[in-house]
Design a binder for this molecule. Structure first.
Ligand code: DAH
Length: 330
């Protein structure tokens, strides 16, 4: 039996110890073997042999259990050393996402108009010719369509070139009064430092009974809005033309870069154009079968606002997915 005590003592691994356990305590192991042999021993010796074998059995089991704990602890220690984590190393950093600067600007615009009780409407990006052009007093072959060339599908469907069709959708599906804005993506065949083929606009429309909505109302809200967006700027209205408004105006703010002194960004004029607006043209109301109403409308480009707020030189850089660039605007 002594060799088994030695074997247990010298075992170097849990695996080796397990082999020994099977050889000693297993069904065909040494102890089973010895007990079997005992049966053929003379009767008067049997109890003595059994006693000795049982003593060995208990002691070997004690040795085995103690050794097993030692080996397991050592193996665990070794595994832990091998897997040791260096807590002084930098981990792989997880990056928190954030809103794109254009969306931040859009949210701020929507926030202002929501606070002024405007409902938010969305419309669809694939529009029909009627909503996008025809009902907005832009009949086929009207030269103003040239500035808004887009992608055409069959059946007079197209990628909307502005958010103005949401005016039509809203008027066709609800009765006046209306007080809404429509933020969303629009599409045009343009690509340079201030134009991208996809960009965002926010449209506004207010309609009420005849005589209730005036240019003065429009002027008040746009001035208030532009001061909310750009701080302490001057606002001016210039006569302009849009097929869906009459009279129409373009609105400028004093240049946020040079405070109206004249610089490269404002082409030395001291003014920056930021939106278009006007009194809704009677032909638009005719197209949606509205009678005895008055209204104003306005439309603005969100990217243009974002560029002015963040002083971004090339609009295209906003759509290149460059995280390092975008992170600057958080
Ligand atoms: N839809 C025009 C554009 O994309 C912007 C615009 C101008 C909208 C005047 C209006 C408006 O509602 O009254 O250029």
């Amino acid at each position: 039996m002594k060799e088994w005590y030695d074997a247990i003592k010298e075992a170097q691994s849990v695996e080796k110890l397990e082999d020994i356990r099977i050889s000693v305590f297993g069904k065909k192991g040494v102890l089973a073997d010895e007990f079997a042999k005992m049966k053929s021993a003379p009767d008067n010796e049997k109890s003595q042999i059994a006693k000795e074998l049982n003593t060995h059995k208990n002691e070997l089991m004690n040795e085995f259990t103690a050794k097993k704990i030692i080996l397991q602890t050592e193996e665990l220690k070794r595994a832990m050393m091998a897997e040791a984590i260096d807590v002084s190393l930098y981990g792989s950093q997880s990056q928190a996402g954030a809103l794109h600067p254009v969306m931040q600007t859009m949210d701020r615009i929507v926030e202002y108009f929501s606070s002024m009780n405007f409902a938010v409407k969305t419309g669809t990006m694939v529009e029909d010719d009627f909503n996008n052009f025809e009902a907005l007093n832009l009949p086929k072959y009207h030269p103003a369509r040239d500035m808004q060339d887009t992608f055409y599908f069959k059946d007079e469907m197209l990628l909307r070139t502005h958010t103005s069709p949401v005016q039509i959708r809203t008027m066709m599906s609800t009765k006046p009064p209306i007080r809404m804005i429509a933020p969303g993506a629009v599409f045009r065949r343009d690509y340079d430092i201030t134009h991208t083929p996809m960009f965002h606009q926010v449209e506004g429309l207010v309609v009420d009974e005849e005589g209730k909505v005036s240019f003065a109302n429009l002027k008040y809200i746009l001035e208030d809005f532009l001061k909310y967006m750009f701080g302490d700027v001057e606002v001016r209205f210039r006569p302009s033309f849009f097929p869906f408004t009459e009279p129409s105006a373009e609105v400028d703010i004093s240049c946020v870069f040079c405070k109206g002194q004249g610089c490269r960004v404002c082409s030395q004029t001291g003014w920056l154009e930021v939106l278009g607006c006007g009194i809704v043209d009677p032909n638009v109301f005719k197209a949606v079968k509205y009678k005895n109403v008055s209204g104003y409308a306005f439309g603005l480009g969100v990217e243009r606002f974002a560029m002015l707020i963040h002083q971004i030189g090339d609009l295209r850089s906003l759509f290149e997915g460059d995280i390092k660039l975008l992170e600057q605007f958080q």
